[in-house]
Design a protein around this ligand. Structure first.
Ligand code: HEC
Length: 148
């Protein structure tokens, strides 16, 4: 019985912590609603800002591939290893580092891909976004799936 309670307590903790990366609803930045724009009272973390740039970069890579252009990266993806996060303990975890390494490898592979590999390597890259998010930050999953 005691063990069962323990398991229940652990699952509760997991449930609570996994809802903390919930999707933030952002207002479009037009003049009047600028003040209400940032849902996070401390402003967005460095990592959240970088993630949005990574999302835009993935979108433009998808476009480059569709146009038969070579893949060109603009942002420094390695910054995800050091950028300050909303929940610093999350980004400091071994799990985060492992998923980050897999992602960084996937983006390197994509950058040096041959034309016939580029589609499948792009998909591998998006899957490596999804894998980390499934484990640590489920909020933006729906948005990321649109990159596929
Ligand atoms: C190693 C884990 C990891 C990988 C890989 C990863 N993310 Fe994230 N992502 C996070 C974490 C953690 C946050 C929360 C950041 C914060 O709030 O400080 C986040 C936040 C986000 C957000 C929300 C940003 C906001 O506005 O608050 C988006 C969108 C996002 N990621 C997209 C992506 C995309 C697209 C990729 C792949 C190109 C990706 N992520 C790869 C861990 C990851």
């Amino acid at each position: 019985m005691k063990n069962k309670l323990k398991i229940l307590a652990y699952s509760l903790v997991v449930l609570i912590t996994s809802t903390s990366c919930a999707e933030k609803q952002k207002e479009q930045s037009t003049g009047e609603n600028k003040i209400q724009q940032s849902v996070n009272p401390n402003g967005d973390s460095e990592l959240a800002t970088l993630m949005r740039e990574m999302f835009d970069e993935a979108k433009s890579i998808k476009q480059q591939i569709a146009n038969g252009k070579p893949v060109e990266l603009i942002i420094d993806h390695e910054k995800m290893l050091t950028a300050h996060a909303t929940e610093p303990e999350k980004a400091a975890s071994a799990q985060y580092k492992m998923f980050a390494d897999l992602y960084l490898q996937s983006i390197k592979n994509l950058e040096s891909a041959k034309t016939n590999e580029v589609d499948s390597l792009y998909n591998t890259m998006v899957v490596s976004c999804l894998n980390c998010h499934k484990a640590l930050c489920p909020g933006p999953l729906v948005k990321i799936k649109k990159l596929q």
